[in-house]
Design a protein around this ligand. Structure first.
Ligand code: SF4
Length: 63
């Protein structure tokens, strides 16, 4: 599974990083998220889905 943050949609709510701190880093400047690594380790699959559901902007996509 791969995870991606759409930087156009991300508004820096930080909920994704709260749900899955292993998967996202937040910018010190604007709080916007980026994926630490596009490849999600198998044991973090459900965590990634939770992070995607938690984003109010639907900015976190999984494939
Ligand atoms: S929850 Fe969504 S909008 Fe908020 S930082 Fe994460 S990706 Fe961006």
């Amino acid at each position: 599974m791969k995870v991606k943050v759409d930087s156009e949609r991300c508004q820096g709510h930080t909920l994704c990083a709260m749900a899955a701190p292993e998967l996202f880093e937040l910018s010190d400047v604007d709080g916007h998220a980026t994926a630490v690594d596009k490849d999600v380790p198998a044991h973090l699959g459900e965590t990634a889905r939770e992070a995607s559901r938690s984003c109010p902007e639907q900015a976190v996509s999984l494939s």
